[in-house]
Design a protein around this ligand. Structure first.
Ligand code: HAM
Length: 456
């Protein structure tokens, strides 16, 4: 098929010309992850990776771009995410594509496309990466944000739901962020349809008390009215029929079992009959996780998930039950900072190589490389020429030993080994530097665990 021709991007508009006069800035709602916060990111990611290994989840990475229709079909055409929040555009080939606003749809697509149905079920997958929603930015809400998520596809048993909740509960607990779990069941498509009609019958005569969004939702997305944050809508919903009272026998039994498993695992939860979540694919269990003390702040939600038994079939696969959850990384890190949680940092360098003069610089460059190859953690800074500056950097890094190469050392084929704590120095032959260094390291460096307090 011939490809449509698209016009070239022009940079001649007045707005763009104005922008070219100023230094470039971050796009609204985007965030740089600067070096000083990378250790918390690494720590969080390592905890997620360990947890995935412990529970047998295999890593999957799906593309950041997918067909727009994938999200419209799965997340739902009438949801806020699809209606208002997607970064969607037409590519040069004329295809309608979107930056992924969430991970479950892409994973469901991948499950079908790669025939994962033929693998032992459930297929357990986890992911970590950036997602995009064109929402109004505020604290803890960005237009590009990171999520990690776990999906168990191919098993409808309630123990799967309970174990997923246990998985995320233990992650937050291990990291040191106490959480509160809210849980509900939205039933299956049959009992939900009946419940939706009951809700419509309750709402229609009271329509005038609803906010404008909820008036629209009555026909298009009735369940979402349950978790509208508008005070008048909330008040009206207090007397509305509750979904848990209208579940069919199978859905009721499934939900009761999920709760029993959670009781058995000693994971506390609050039943929340208004919890329907903002994505259309959910069936039966839905849950959300809040930091303790912020249970009523919807912007603070750390994570959420639930069952999506119809999604794979809806996308053209065989009927395949599934359950999963995702957690916002920035929000978790915000809580790690607020709680001043101590995290392990990368080990300090064993030694600093300092140099003075051009020939010493050359020799030091080689020495750094030789020591690194011998598995010594070595630091240096060739941009600094003054010895004082280099040694003060070594102290800042917490290094116990420095190796100093100056003009004299080059002529004598020696190196000065300096004990950074006492300031004492020893001259050693250049060829014996590794052996002498090892000896000193054994004496001066007890095995210690480095820790680092975040925030505060
Ligand atoms: P979600 O509730 O839309 O669920 O997102 C999960 C988490 O991502 C939220 O609880 C929040 O921590 C974080 N998050 C969402 N939007 C933003 C934002 N704009 N800025 C910062 N963080 C944000 C899902 O995405 C489902 N796919 C979860 C799931 C997996 N259900 C089944 N499997």
């Amino acid at each position: 098929m011939p490809r449509k021709k698209t016009s070239k991007i022009t940079i001649s508009s007045k707005k763009t010309e104005e922008k070219f006069k100023k230094p470039p800035q971050l796009l609204r709602g985007m965030k740089d992850i600067l070096p000083d916060i990378q250790d918390v990111w690494d720590f969080t990611k390592a905890e997620v990776d360990h947890l995935a290994q412990d529970y047998g989840y295999a890593r999957i990475d799906t593309p950041l771009l997918e067909e727009t229709s994938l999200f419209a079909r799965s997340v739902g055409e009438n949801t806020d995410i699809v209606e208002k929040e997607m970064f969607s555009f037409i590519d040069k080939g004329g295809d309608h594509i979107s930056l992924r606003p969430e991970g479950t749809a892409g994973i469901a697509r991948a499950y079908i496309e790669h025939g994962m149905l033929n693998q032992p079920q459930p297929v357990r997958l986890y992911y970590w990466g950036p997602f995009f929603r064109y929402d109004r930015p505020q604290a803890g809400r960005y237009r590009q944000f990171y999520q990690f998520g776990f999906e168990a596809i191919g098993d409808e048993q309630p123990i799967i739901d309970a174990q997923l909740i246990v998985v995320c509960f233990s992650l937050y607990k291990k990291i040191g962020v106490p959480v509160v779990i809210q849980i509900n069941s939205v039933g299956c498509k049959t009992c939900r349809k009946e419940y939706e009609q009951l809700l419509i019958d309750y709402l229609n005569p009271r329509k005038k008390f609803l906010c404008e969004d909820c008036k629209r939702r009555i026909q298009k997305n009735t369940l979402r009215i349950l978790d509208c944050k508008n005070p008048e809508c909330r008040e009206l919903m207090q007397d509305a029929p509750q979904i848990v009272d209208h579940l069919d026998e199978e859905c009721k039994d499934h939900f009761v079992k999920v709760l029993e498993y959670l009781d058995e695992a000693e994971v506390a939860y609050n039943l929340n009959p208004y919890l329907v979540r903002g994505l259309d694919y959910y069936t039966r269990t839905t849950f959300e996780i809040y930091p303790e003390g912020k249970e009523n702040d919807s912007q603070a939600t750390l994570g959420g998930g639930g069952r999506y038994d119809d999604l794979i079939e809806l996308l053209g696969g065989r009927p395949t039950p599934a359950c999963g959850f995702a957690s916002g990384v920035e929000r978790l890190i915000l809580n790690i900072k607020e709680k001043e949680i101590i995290i392990p940092t990368a080990p300090k360098p064993d030694v600093f190589v300092a140099q003075l003069g051009e020939s010493a610089k050359k020799k030091a460059l080689k020495l750094v490389e030789e020591l690194r190859q011998k598995k010594i953690k070595v630091a240096s800074n060739f941009s600094k020429d003054g010895l004082k500056n280099q040694l003060s950097l070594a102290s800042k890094l917490g290094v116990k030993i420095s190796l100093i190469l100056g003009q004299k050392e080059i002529l004598d084929r020696t190196v000065l080994i300096r004990d950074m704590e006492s300031g004492s120095q020893e001259v050693v032959d250049f060829n014996r530097v590794y052996e002498e260094l090892k000896k000193k390291m054994e004496k001066t460096q007890p095995i210690i665990q480095n820790n680092h307090r975040i925030g505060g």
